[in-house]
Write a protein that binds this ligand. Structure first.
Ligand SMILES: [Fe+2]
Length: 217
């Protein structure tokens, strides 16, 4: 059982979980090296990425030890968040049907999108610019994760059009798959590296490949 502190935010009255991965700093260097190596050997796929590199969505199949550690931690902590929020349907299990790495260089961004039909989505920051030096400070939202209000009445009703969160290395956000979001462009020489994933509820059927789940469960 993990002792990780999980915060539950409620932008627009919707759940957004925030947590920090324990022991991430021990793994960060290997994770960065592996993801940069992947980019050097694999073409980007095109999803919401505008300029950035996006890996295939089967990163969970990698046997690289640091990625394997990360996938297991994201599944475990994501599952903790999900069961706090809703019951698993009978004869179903939580699975991670897709997981991918992203690298955004200076000026890259991700267009607004949602992760349906998956019920839940998440992102973990592997390497980001923590200090936002003066030369890159085009915006105080540089590289932020922006959630878009599904009912944008406006500030006069205390309903801001967007709510954003600042990425930090080792930080994870988990949110409903239907919640529209985007990544603001960042303007720093250091690439912004993240790993995103989806979580869903899959029927328990033997011999079916429906994504990642720890085989001990
Ligand atoms: Fe996304």
């Amino acid at each position: 059982m993990t002792s990780t502190q999980i915060q539950r935010h409620t932008p627009f009255d919707l759940p957004v979980f925030e947590l920090n991965l324990e022991e991430f700093s021990d793994r960060q260097k290997k994770l960065i090296e592996f993801i940069l190596m992947l980019r050097s050997t694999h073409e980007s796929v095109h999803r919401s990425n505008c300029g950035g590199w996006h890996s295939s969505n089967t990163l969970y199949k990698s046997q690289e030890p640091s990625i394997n550690w990360l996938i297991n931690r994201l599944y475990e902590l994501g599952s903790l968040c999900l069961v706090r929020e809703q019951q698993i349907p009978p004869r179903h299990r939580i699975t991670m049907p897709s997981c991918w790495a992203n690298i955004n260089e200076s000026g890259d961004w991700n267009a607004p999108h949602a992760h349906q039909p998956c019920e839940w989505a998440g992102v973990c920051y592997i390497d980001v610019c923590d200090d936002l030096p003066e030369q890159s400070k085009r915006s105080d939202r540089d590289g932020n994760l922006l959630f878009i209000n599904p009912i944008p009445f406006g500030h006069q009703y205390n309903r801001p059009p967007t709510v954003d969160y600042r990425p930090e290395a080792g930080k994870v956000f988990i949110f409903p798959g239907y919640l529209m979001h985007m990544v603001a462009p960042h303007f720093h020489d250091k690439p912004r590296i993240s790993v995103a994933f989806n979580l869903t509820f899959s029927p328990i059927k033997p011999n079916e490949d429906r994504g990642f789940y720890p085989k001990r469960i």
